[in-house]
Design a protein around this ligand. Structure first.
Ligand SMILES: [Zn+2]
Length: 216
């Protein structure tokens, strides 16, 4: 008798909790270093580079090229000492971001989101937090920016499995900041004219501590 084909359960890269959110706080060191060690660090694009100012393309192929991009993003994120990195920050206009970020309880989260969408939350869940924000693509500048202190993102992992990610505090800020990048927005686009100018002045006055792609 022939063995019957059974549909293989397509498990995601990360386990999920009772509510279907990825558990991205386990084995962080091992997972992050595995990505990073396979990858090559690339220079970071900075404000003014067109790739940062337009919506990135949806990812449709979950292939080796995407896996290599994710590895390179983790390597680049580590070199630049970032807590999150969007693909267009290394010059690739595809909707992918990676993160290695602590939440408001100091818990480290490591993961990948492809084709992210920010979930609109009811007003009651939106407590604004006006902590400082910075961006590897606006090197050395920091400005306070009010954002909700809780965020949920839907998307896919690097194998194409649908995922949901949620975060609090600094990690919530990171999820919003990185999703913004993939739609062509920098955090300085959310500042007042005067604050934006101040951020750009900070950037002009200091040297980045990691390789950047010069703007023409
Ligand atoms: Zn950024």
């Amino acid at each position: 008798m022939a063995q019957q084909d059974t549909d293989q359960q397509h498990a995601g890269v990360l386990p999920v909790d009772d509510e279907g959110f990825v558990i991205d706080s386990e084995d962080c060191e091992e997972r992050e270093s595995a990505y990073r060690e396979r990858g090559t660090s690339r220079p970071i694009t900075v404000v003014g580079n067109p790739v940062l100012h337009k919506e990135c393309e949806d990812v449709t192929e979950f292939d080796d090229e995407l896996a290599q991009l994710v590895d390179d993003m983790f390597a680049s994120q580590r070199t630049a000492e970032g807590v999150g990195l969007a693909a267009n920050q290394i010059g690739v206009g595809k909707k992918v971001f990676v993160y290695d970020c602590p939440d408001d309880e100091g818990v480290r989260h490591v993961g990948v989101v492809v084709n992210p969408k920010l979930v609109e939350l009811p007003a009651g869940k939106r407590v604004l937090d006006d902590s400082n924000e910075g961006c590897l693509s606006v090197p050395t500048a920091y400005m306070p920016l009010a954002r909700p202190d809780y965020a949920e993102v839907t998307g896919q992992d690097e194998k194409g499995t649908p995922i949901k990610v949620r975060g609090t505090g600094y990690f919530a800020r990171c999820l919003q900041h990185e999703t913004d990048h993939l739609y062509g927005y920098l955090y300085i686009d959310r500042l007042s004219k005067r604050e934006r100018k101040d951020a750009l002045r900070q950037m002009a006055e200091n040297e980045p501590r990691y390789p950047v792609v010069p703007n023409d």
